[in-house]
Design a protein. Structure first.
Length: 58
């Protein structure tokens, strides 16, 4: 039995739904990395002081 390849053509996605999926994935990654960076900023005093020494106050 051959394994079926899974791609956008076999799932019959139109361009709008592909764009929505890409938008959701990219926005999810941006939110994840922003939250991770902010948690690093909040819970690491040395990093917090380094950022503030550069004149960036969050």
């Amino acid at each position: 039995m051959k394994a079926k390849k899974l791609n956008a053509k076999t799932l019959n996605f139109d361009n709008v739904s592909k764009d929505k999926i890409i938008f959701l994935v990219v926005s999810g990654l941006i939110i994840f990395f922003a939250k991770a960076a902010y948690d690093l900023y909040l819970h690491n005093p040395a990093f917090h002081m380094f950022i503030q020494s550069k004149g960036i106050f969050l």
